[in-house]
Design a binder for this molecule. Structure first.
Ligand code: FE2
Length: 364
């Protein structure tokens, strides 16, 4: 394994460009249990955009909208619909991160810039990744403020409780036909990641559709990015449907970890989050496949939670429907009980469920 020339402390934040950030923020508070943290906009001296920062334990999401028609943000939303623009990393040295990744072939997005306010100083820089998505490097050791300079604390009188979401487990990118290896090489060569797992179209296919996937991980193993590309099947791959509607490569799903998936999913369902339907036949055979588990299968079936096992333990997971009208980004809720894999055994059951939704939209 190569030396970690890009020490990443954590995913600092995930920023969405959306059509209406005020309403998106309300949805993520109400439905997912995120808390108000910070705000930037005309009231804080930012003229061209409004941004709302939400947190839940270690997960930080930013929702940004354009205030004017001629803007990079407005163009992004016009092209892609609501989606993830920025995956930011906390790093000890944002200048070195930029110089080293660009030297290794990254396309610059943001040259290192220093921003200061009364709370200290932040250095940010950024590079392009797949599609119109970018990675920012955030150096914030010298900063005591709420989020970044330009933001103020967002005091809200509306504070729905958490749903128990704790951290970003992994984030998946969908890339175009035959581009998976290119982007895996990007994460290896430019970011110093290494490959954890690979699935080919025989692992992940149903009667109709197929995809291929490789999982790239940083040196500490804390940041895990599976990369998917479509594969040939009888009908349109779900990855291709994503690419059609997102107009290219982008973030497909964000998997968030919880310590109690049953309580979390009960909360999310009660608050209106829609999940993929799992066929009841799935539960007739699941225990033959995964063996003994701590949970009651009845509880899992009631909520539609899937189970998979690997050499190290098992995991519980469930997938939401897309969280916007285009069939693009969705969320995964995951609870790990030893397993460090990604639910390969569920792919077939899951994809058959996704395809039923795809067929309802007339896109299969
Ligand atoms: Fe996943």
């Amino acid at each position: 394994m190569s030396a970690d020339f890009l020490p990443i402390k954590a995913i600092d934040y995930i920023e969405f460009y959306v059509g209406n950030a005020k309403q998106a923020a309300h949805y993520y508070k109400t439905a997912f249990g995120f808390q108000s943290e910070a705000y930037a906009g005309p009231e804080t001296g930012v003229r061209d955009r409004a941004s709302y920062v939400l947190v839940q334990d270690k997960i930080r999401l930013v929702f940004t909208t354009a205030l004017r028609p001629v803007s990079e943000i407005a163009a992004h939303v016009h092209m892609h619909g609501d989606g993830v623009k920025v995956v930011a990393f906390t790093v000890p040295d944002a200048t070195a991160a930029f110089e080293e990744t660009v030297r290794r072939g990254a396309e610059p997005y943001l040259h290192p810039q220093r921003q200061r306010d009364d709370e200290g100083e932040v250095v940010t820089s950024g590079i392009h990744t797949y599609g119109d998505t970018v990675h920012l490097f955030v150096e914030r050791d010298q900063y005591e403020g709420i989020f970044l300079p330009g933001y103020r604390r967002w005091e809200s009188t509306y504070n729905p409780p958490s749903t128990g979401l704790r951290y970003v487990d992994h984030m998946v990118g969908n890339v175009d036909w035959f581009q998976m290896n290119t982007w895996c090489r990007f994460y290896a060569d430019v970011m110093g990641f290494s490959q954890l797992v690979s699935f080919d179209d025989k692992d992940i296919s149903t009667e109709y559709t197929a995809l291929m996937s490789k999982v790239m991980s940083n040196g500490t193993g804390r940041v895990k990015f599976p990369i998917n590309e479509p594969a040939e099947g009888k009908k349109k791959s779900q990855i291709e449907e994503y690419l059609d509607f997102y107009q290219g490569a982008g973030v497909q799903h964000i998997a968030v970890g919880t310590g109690n998936i049953i309580e979390t999913v009960q909360q999310l369902q009660a608050r209106g989050v829609e999940f993929l339907h799992v066929p009841t036949t799935y539960y007739e055979t699941v225990l033959d496949r995964v063996g003994d588990i701590d949970e009651e299968i009845r509880d899992l079936q009631e909520l539609g939670i899937l189970v998979d096992r690997d050499d190290e333990g098992y995991l519980l997971q469930i997938f939401t429907k897309p969280v916007e009208d285009r069939p693009t980004l969705f969320f995964e809720i995951i609870q790990r009980k030893g397993a460090r894999s990604f639910g390969k055994g569920n792919f077939k059951a899951l994809f058959e469920a996704i395809e039923r939704e795809q067929a309802l939209r007339g896109n299969l």
